[in-house]
Every structure is written in C-alpha cells, then in structure tokens.
Design a protein around this ligand. Structure first.
Ligand code: PGA
Length: 249
C-alpha cells in the first residue's frame, strides 16, 4: 500500500508547556496510524517535545537551521544541535523564510547539503507566488527552486529528501490549489527530478502538498497520483484538526 508523509509545521506558535501538551495528545491519538508523521515545534520546545515523542511513531522535525556547522553566527541554530536533540527532519526553504527573510536558492541549497551530510532529512519547500503563477512563470520558478535546492545532492542522498510543494498564495489563506492543479505541479516537479536523477529515483521521492490542508480536503488531495503527503501549518496546531488529516483514510 502507498504510504504518505504528513508533517505539521507549528511555526512561531506555542510555549514549551503548550507544545508538550499537544505532542502528548498527538502521541496518544496517532498511535498505530498508518502514515509517516512528523511535527516541527519551535526550536525552544524541541528538547521537551523530543522526550514526549521518543519511542512513538511521531517523528521530530525542526523548522529551519543555519547553513554552518558551528561558529560565530549569532542567532543561528546548527545541524549538530538539532541532531543532539534527536531531531530527524528539517524544513528548509519554507516560503516564509524565502520571502520574509530573504533566503535564496543558494542559501537553501547549502542548508540542504549540510543537513544531508549529517543525516538529517530535509523537507525542501518550493512554490510560486500568485504573481509568478499569473504571469506564467510557475514552472520556471518551481523548476529553479527544485534544481538549485538540490544542486550537489547525490542520487543516494535524494532518497532522504522530501519535497514540499507549497503555492505561496495558498499558505494560511484558506485557498487551496485544486487537487488537479496541485497534482499537475507535483508531476512537473517529478519530471524535473527525473531529468536530474532518472525516472526510478524520481518516482521514489515523496512530494508533499502544503497550503491550507485540512481534514475536509486531505483525502481528495492524497488521492492524486503525485501527491504523497502534506505539510500542514494552521491545522497542525490542534489535535482535533491534525489527527483527522493524518487519519484521512
Ligand atoms: P497552512 O501552512 O497549512 O497554514 O496553509 C502550510 C505551511 O506553511 O507549511
């Protein structure tokens, strides 16, 4: 049976206490869930949440990391620190980082390669703005983000990479790409991956959809051939909205 990867991105929400409470509830309610599940709390809550999810089927992700291993980089968090806490995944190149903090493809690529070097599995986020879509630049933008994000990544390393397609105009807006529109972009991303790594490797890559995913639209999105999971923001902040997404089937 096809398996899906559902990840929750808690963004800049929740104190340590609130994070532990939600993680505890999720561990209980997601026990035995058939899908691969990850939650990404704020950096400040990672250590406490790591203790809660330990030994469960809920994986721990970070929302970002610095492009260097260590050193004089005020305010950054390193891959070594994340590994030390038991983090297994890291979201990189989220549109809020690209558009709010000026992260470009070259920087995202350095982070992707550094994560892989240390065995942290990256979720590489790509996606176009509404203006880019409306001016016919969707494929140019998403293609470049995919190619440049993966520059220098080997075929063996690709197996550890998840791509998240998140149209910027659908994030936190309540607007979702239609399942067919999203699937078409996922198919395009797979074509780009095939051009870089060959068909078989491209087929094996998990491509998540993100942007206003909720329990009401999850099953329909997951039914599409190229949608292999979801990266969930707002609806991941409460068990009552996240659990039904993970248990969409
Ligand atoms: P959203 O966010 O589900 O709130 O639209 C998705 C994301 O930014 O990962």
């Amino acid at each position: 049976m096809r398996s899906y990867f559902i990840a929750g991105n808690w963004k800049m929400h929740k104190t340590v206490g609130e994070s532990v409470a939600l993680a505890t509830e999720l561990v209980a309610k997601l026990a035995g869930a058939g899908e691969k599940v990850m939650i990404a709390p704020a950096f400040t809550a990672l250590q406490a949440v790591a203790a809660v999810v330990k030994g469960s089927n809920v994986l721990l992700g970070a929302q970002n990391m610095g492009p260097e291993e260590q050193g004089a980089h005020t305010g950054e968090v390193s891959v070594l620190m994340l590994k030390d806490l038991g983090v297994s995944h890291v979201i990189l190149g989220h549109s809020e980082r690209r558009h709010g903090y000026g992260e470009d493809d070259a920087l995202v690529n350095r982070k992707v390669r550094l994560a892989l070097k240390h065995g942290l599995e990256p979720i590489l986020c790509v996606g176009e703005t509404l203006g880019e879509r409306e001016s016919g630049r969707l494929e140019a933008v998403v293609g470049a983000q995919t190619r440049e994000g993966l520059a220098g990544v080997t075929a063996a390393e690709l197996a550890k990479v998840t791509i998240a397609y998140e149209p910027v105009w659908a994030i936190g807006t309540g607007k979702t790409a239609t399942p067919d529109d999203a699937d078409a972009v996922h198919a395009f991303i797979r074509k780009v991956l095939a051009s870089l790594y060959g068909d078989a490797a491209a087929k094996g890559v998990c491509i998540q959809y993100g942007g206003s995913v909720k329990s009401e639209n999850a099953a329909e999105l997951m039914a599409r051939p190229n949608i292999d999971g979801a990266l969930v923001g707002g609806a991941s902040l409460k068990a009552e909205s996240f659990v039904p997404i993970v248990r969409f089937r």
